[in-house]
Design a protein around this ligand. Structure first.
Ligand SMILES: [Zn+2]
Length: 328
């Protein structure tokens, strides 16, 4: 771990502490940049530490699993299918799609089932092997830094991944270089401006950055992306942006960004968070949904695996393989 010298978004050096512990009560110093409102860890892991963490400990540490459970596969499958439904009207049939941090590969295989050429990159061996062997998803081992930046993709997915990078400006700059002219990036991160966690529970060791819509928009513009479509309502748990590859521009800090971050931080006390009118209803609906999913997940998983086996058998002879080009 190394102390940060300046803000990854605006290069500012004026930070205020806003958290001392992560959501499990472990020490984690979190700060906000007083210039642009970006929230991040005060100490950043090195690239080597991150590579080692995501290749090994992360899934067990935060998901409690080395290989995915049936419940996780079904949940991720539904999320992948939802992304295809959300994004298919933005795609051309021959687009080359890459997902960075593709996990089990449920999104990759759902795009493949919909007829697209899709592949993924995932550092964790247990999840990647499950995706390759059970789902027949085209998921390769590796991280973003492994790829050659030579404009070979039409569409890149970065779903709940950007917040894990030590240097998001560098990550989006690399993704910009991986996209062909006219290429698009769909990025989705947890929405710090939404009440997705109770006060004192917002911070997460693996989430090095916490984005608001404003800080994510600014990061996109700075690294050469134009917002084509925003999928986020103000209180959504996640921010989803469809970004188009454009020319990088000088950062213009949105004047209200810092105030918006601080307002999000102070919106609720622990009591008022739990007394929100929708809180109990949300919890009940989620608990009921999870109960139904857990009861039926083995049966659903059997159907998913059969669908993937059938797809692989059909495609075995003639499915084009999208090459992932690596730095030497
Ligand atoms: Zn900043």
């Amino acid at each position: 771990m190394a102390a940060r010298h300046s803000c990854d978004l605006c290069d500012g050096t004026d930070f205020a502490p806003i958290g001392q512990k992560d959501r499990r009560g472990r020490p984690l110093l979190t700060e906000v940049c007083k210039t642009c409102g970006l929230v991040s860890h005060a100490l950043l892991p090195t690239e080597q530490e991150l590579v080692a963490y995501y290749a090994g400990e992360y899934r067990r540490d935060y998901h409690g699993e080395y290989a995915p459970s049936a419940h996780r596969v079904v949940r991720e499958w539904n999320r992948g299918r939802g992304l295809v439904q959300k994004l298919h009207e933005e795609l051309r049939q021959n687009d080359s799609i890459l997902e960075i941090g593709s996990g089990i590969g449920c999104t990759v295989i759902n795009f493949a089932l919909a007829g697209y050429s899709a592949c993924g990159l995932e550092p964790h061996e247990g999840f990647r092997r499950y995706g390759s062997e059970k789902l027949h998803a085209d998921v390769r081992p590796g991280v973003l830094d492994d790829l050659i930046a030579d404009a070979q993709y039409d569409f890149i997915l970065l779903v709940h991944a950007l917040e894990h990078f030590a240097h998001p400006t560098k990550a989006l700059t690399k993704i910009h270089a991986l996209l062909r002219p006219g290429g698009r990036l769909y990025v989705e991160v947890p929405n710090f401006a939404a009440p997705h966690a109770a006060p004192g529970k917002q911070f997460h060791f693996a989430h090095i950055y916490n984005f608001t819509p404003a800080t994510l928009r600014m990061l996109g513009a700075k690294t050469g992306f134009r917002v084509q479509r925003a999928y986020t309502a103000p209180f959504d748990k996640n921010i989803g942006l469809l970004l188009s590859r454009a020319a990088p521009s000088r950062l213009v800090v949105e004047g209200l960004s810092y105030a918006q971050t601080m307002a999000a931080l102070k919106r609720y006390s622990t009591l008022s968070y739990h007394l929100r009118p929708m809180y109990l209803l949300d919890r009940l609906v989620n608990a009921a949904r999870q109960f139904v999913q857990r009861c039926s997940c083995e049966r659903q998983l059997t159907a998913i695996l059969a669908q993937c086996d059938e797809f692989a058998a059909r495609a075995q002879q003639d499915r084009p393989i999208t090459p992932v080009r690596r730095a030497a």
